[in-house]
Design a protein around this ligand. Sequence first.
Ligand SMILES: Cc1ncc(COP(=O)(O)O)c(C=O)c1O
Length: 361
Amino acid sequence: MDRVVYVDGRYVAKDEAKVSVFDHGFLYGDGVFEGIRAYGGRIFRLEAHIERLYDSARAILLPIPMDPAAMAEVVVESCRRNTIRDGYVRLVVSRGVGDLGLDPRKCARASVVCIADTIALYPEQLYEQGMRIGTVPTRRSGVENLNPRIKSLNYLNNILAKLEGNLAGYPEVLMLNQDGFVVECTADNVFILRGGRLVTPPPWLGILEGVTRATIMELGRQAGLDVREETFTRLDVWTADECFITGTGAEVVPVVECDGRRIGDGHPGPVTRDLIRRYRELAASEGVPIAARDDVPASTVGALVAQAQSGAMSWTDCFEALSGLGLGTSEIAKAAGKSYQQVRSSLVARRASKLRAGGRP
Ligand SMILES: Cc1ncc(COP(=O)(O)O)c(C=O)c1O
């Protein structure tokens, strides 16, 4: 099917979904993002992802031109319009268009992009047999430099590690911080099971606080495990009873070997297998519904109107989006608090200019 992508208030065809080359997200990796999963027609842990997105933005003084509720609605609506039931959503907020200097003050408004697509999954065999990983020389950015808690568009630190993993033939690799403590992988968090304790590195050490990580900590506690956030080293991974990595894309992947050392008996352990089962059950049973509804939800209408009111989108774009959702002119006028005539002439003018440009009305 032809995908549509949300770009700054409009849903446009995939091939037309573009941002400026002067956007500082492109020029400098200045921006933040989220990767979100949908399972069986529901968006998993959407609130947690939205909260992390706004926290990341706050940390880099990036004002997002819409509120979290409107952003959540953009994610849901992107799935709806692309008929996604099981898929992956990439939500990006970049600093926006500026000049060629670094200064973010030159960027008038952040750009918001939302891509809802399908996802290429790891083969099921990997979950059954486990993954071999290794440690790479590139160290994870320190918290005083580029704190990994910020999910920024600047992923070169992770990519350098990924390149080393590619050369060594590992699908994912373990990263240490400057002090030699295990922190996380290039796109996943890490857990070890030692002496009955499920341990994962604490956020202050320099990790992204994964949404999957938080879910697994919750599920681990529900399963009666002693779950802790503690520092550990590579040696603790090599000598662990079990080890696994977690991430939105990967979910929970057993790790059976690290740096050539076999972990446990070299097979996914019972705790890991139990947590995989619990995670899959939870992901299949909760989340924000994408639901094809007959009527347009008030929240969608409200979110679009709020964007126009805040100046994040033009009123014409707002009217057009509402019209695209199937609302009639009078319904749009009522929702937006405008006169029927205002809405009508605005929509007519937009259609006319599209026709002049040779596009579809
Ligand atoms: C560096 C890093 N660590 C951990 C994770 C896992 O986080 P989550 O479970 O929220 O996907 C990711 C996910 O993209 C990541 O990029």
